[in-house]
Write a protein that binds this ligand. Structure first.
Ligand SMILES: *Cc1c(COP(=O)(O)O)cnc(C)c1O
Length: 231
């Protein structure tokens, strides 16, 4: 078994254990393999080990990888900050965008989604811990943005996404994820019928699953460490 294949298996086991502890079904949590900074060969290895969904942060890097891997039936998720001058290639080439944090971006994605493709799946990025430099809407603004995005043709609003600050331990991580869970529940209570709570990474996926995450975004635990600059 390659390193990537055995890392993937270990991550799947972590998710399964976390689901068991939380009394949840393992089918309710999707693993997104975050392949940013790693080349197409690493993605091929992960695909050979059964992984289909991949997350990328940098549009240009992602487009090159997609071209190289066009022979594989992969699902691509954009999880990086999105500037309005980059929305077109994202609307044309990705299956999901997790980082919608203002209406203007959503409107551009909707207008630029090719009509022959299925709607682009989107999540609203929510800044749950109020980090001042961080992307994402404040929890109090999430409902209004979600309603506006849900009304756009060409997009399918699936849920919310968060990147909380690294927490000291499981209890602290869980408290941050609980804040995201509360926003998710609020939006669903308002009738939005969301099915995706995108939260949890290599370091905190157990805490995220304990708080109801339905999609964990895992990079370094699968592919290894990244150069610090691009982390
Ligand atoms: C890089 C990244 C990840 C993966 O982080 P790891 O700690 O390597 O698992 C997840 N989500 C986002 C938004 C990222 O940028």
């Amino acid at each position: 078994m390659t390193t990537i294949a055995s890392n993937l298996q270990a991550v799947r086991e972590r998710i399964a254990t976390a689901c068991t502890s939380a009394g949840r079904s393992v089918e309710d949590v999707t693993l997104l393999a975050v392949s940013k900074t790693f080349g197409p060969g690493a993605v091929r290895e992960a695909h050979a080990a059964g992984q289909l969904a991949f997350g990328e942060n940098y549009v240009q890097e992602a487009l090159e990888k997609m071209a190289d891997l066009a022979d594989l039936p992969l699902q691509w998720h954009c999880i990086g900050p999105l500037q309005s001058n980059k929305t077109r290639p994202v609307a044309e080439h990705f299956d999901w965008v997790h980082t919608v944090d203002r209406l203007k971006i959503a409107e551009r994605l909707a207008a630029q989604r090719p009509p022959e493709r299925p709607p682009l799946n989107v999540c609203i990025q929510v800044n749950v811990d109020g980090g001042p430099t961080k992307a994402g809407v404040a929890p109090a603004e999430a409902l209004a943005l979600a309603r506006a995005v849900a009304a756009l043709p060409g997009l399918r609003l699936r849920g919310i996404m968060t990147i909380p600050e690294p927490a000291a331990d499981f209890v602290a991580a869980r408290a941050l994820h609980a804040g995201a869970r509360a926003v998710f529940d609020q939006l669903n209570a308002a009738g939005l019928a969301l099915d995706t709570l995108s939260m949890g990474m290599s370091a905190d996926l157990e805490a995220a699953v304990a708080e109801g995450s339905t999609l964990v975004r895992v990079g370094s635990a699968i592919f290894g460490g990244r150069p610090a600059l691009r982390a």
